[in-house]
Design a protein around this ligand. Structure first.
Ligand code: ADP
Ligand code: MG
Length: 479
């Protein structure tokens, strides 16, 4: 290191004691200590390792100015949790280190994050040397009901799920860093990222996993601005090994919070820590998020969750029934899966209300009850013209059976009907091209583009075709 740095940061250090492979050094201030940990931890670690071997440890003694000139400065010890271990192991130890090195206000942030501070003593004397500190107060804020086991796999979530699993098995070491999962409301983003967190926590007890919604992150940050605790806020987040930030769209337009997140993101990413995020829309539509932040997201993997298809909806209901010990006749399950396409949360909501009604009225769940429960939802869905309605109407009009909309057959009249239905699906629903293709027997989005183009061309060139389309359009108009 340069001479200037040495003079500034190493000359003021006073060696205090070397005992049982623990070297205690005295530093002039908390800030000084933090600076050393931040900038020179590697050289310190290496030297300790060289001199004392793998069991060597470093502890800091900080001169605390109580702010009262009559009081003599007090000395408190902080163990560096960074053991002088070989670098690979040091990484896993970093959280332990950091936990020991946590400042009092960082503890307050931890407490604000919902983490209970372990003992009253710690509050009274937060700088006390806390060997073997109980890291439980670094609570991860995870909800352990969310797991991969109860996350039903389907084509709507296959890629996101397997990327999530990869990250959960090897946090920070895959190229999926950050992992960004986006998708509409109620499609399972929170469940999936919580499952990642729970899996890591279960398999890496020494890693500090933190789940936080972008909203909570923002509120904590604002609070820290108010309390002059920004540095502590940052310090707390820098302790994290796996940061899960849910609903990142919430940061849109909040420049200061974004700046802080950018700083934390860079630091963690550089240190090989895993970052997982969710958003309710694709990054390109995250207006109000700074470009430099958006460009960071591209470093890793961005993947989406689609609306669940019929089979996945069936599986989700069955899974839920098993999990909660609910008994519902198969035709009701099918009816529900068929009728509720919006999202999984709604599907679960319907199930819960059915169970409630059934126990209130002491009546088994039956089709009648299900239809009753779904009345308002179905009206809503039909009001916006759903894909099923389009497929049914077009199939009827062309005199083919509904199944053929999704079948493999390439018979001319079937192909035409299918193309027309896709055309209207694009016109009247908010489904993406990908999702439309998916709902037509798993065709890909280029097939949908081709279909829409073919129908447009035919409308221009074929008079009788045009009147067919006009007639059909009336059935969807006003809906
Ligand atoms: P989001 O965060 O995208 O709004 P959630 O993760 O909160 O959605 O999911 C809504 C509900 O649906 C949760 O109760 C969740 O457990 C459930 N859910 C979503 N996707 C699945 C799935 N693939 N398997 C099982 N349950 C799911
Ligand atoms: Mg969510």
């Amino acid at each position: 290191m340069g001479e200037q740095s040495f003079r500034t940061w190493f000359e003021p250090i006073v060696p205090v004691q070397l005992h049982n492979n623990v070297l205690i050094i005295q530093v002039p201030s908390q800030f000084f200590y933090e600076w050393l940990e931040e900038h020179y931890v590697d050289v310190l670690k290496k030297s300790i390792y060289q001199e004392l071997g793998p069991d060597g440890r470093l502890e800091y003694s900080i001169v605390v100015d109580q702010g009262n000139s009559q009081n003599k400065p007090r000395t408190v010890n902080i163990p560096t949790a960074r053991k002088a271990a070989a670098p690979a192991q040091a990484a896993t130890d970093a959280a332990v280190v950091a936990a020991g090195a946590m400042t009092s206000s960082a503890r307050n942030v931890a407490a604000a994050a919902g983490a209970p501070v372990k003992s009253a003593d710690m509050l009274r004397n937060p700088f006390e040397a806390t060997k073997g500190i109980d890291r439980n107060y670094l609570q991860s804020q995870l909800n352990n009901t969310y797991s991969f086991d109860n996350y039903v796999e389907g084509s709507c979530n296959r890629l996101a799920r397997s990327a999530g699993l990869a990250v959960a098995n090897k946090p920070g070491t895959t190229s999926f860093n950050p992992l960004m999962i986006y998708g509409g409301v109620g499609l399972g983003k929170t469940h999936l990222v919580q499952a990642i967190g729970n899996h890591i926590k279960a398999t890496n007890a020494d890693k500090f996993v933190l789940y936080v919604s972008a909203e909570k992150f923002t509120n904590q940050f604002i609070e820290s601005l108010r309390n002059n605790g920004v540095q502590d806020f940052a310090n707390f987040y820098l302790l994290v090994d796996i940061l899960i930030l849910d609903d990142v769209q919430f940061l849109a337009g909040k420049d200061k919070t974004q700046e802080m997140f950018f700083h934390i993101f860079n630091h963690l990413h550089q240190a090989g820590k895993q970052i997982v995020m969710t958003s309710d829309r694709p990054p390109r539509d995250l207006n109000g998020l700074e470009d430099r932040l958006l460009s960071r997201f591209k470093w890793g993997l961005t993947t989406d969750l689609q609306s669940p298809d019929f089979e996945t909806r069936m599986a989700i209901i069955q899974n839920k029934m098993e999990q909660d010990g609910i008994d519902i006749p198969p035709q009701v399950v099918e009816y529900l899966a068929h009728s509720v396409h919006t999202n999984v949360r709604e599907l679960e909501g319907v199930l819960i209300s059915l169970v409630a009604q059934s126990s209130l009225n002491r009546r088994e769940i039956d089709l009648e009850m299900a239809k009753q429960a779904l009345r308002h939802i179905i009206e809503e869905v039909e009001a916006e013209v759903n894909l099923d309605f389009i497929q049914k109407t077009v199939a009827e009009h062309f005199g083919i059976s509904l199944d053929l909309m999704k079948a493999k057959t390439r018979k001319k009249e079937v192909v035409t009907a299918r193309q027309v239905a896709m055309y209207f699906a694009k016109e009247h629903t908010s489904h993406s091209l990908k999702s439309i293709g998916h709902n037509f027997g798993g065709r890909d989005h280029s097939t949908v583009i081709h279909s829409v183009q073919t129908v447009s061309d035919l409308i221009d060139s074929d008079k009788s075709f045009r009147s067919t389309i006009q007639e059909l359009r009336k059935k969807f108009a006003g809906k």
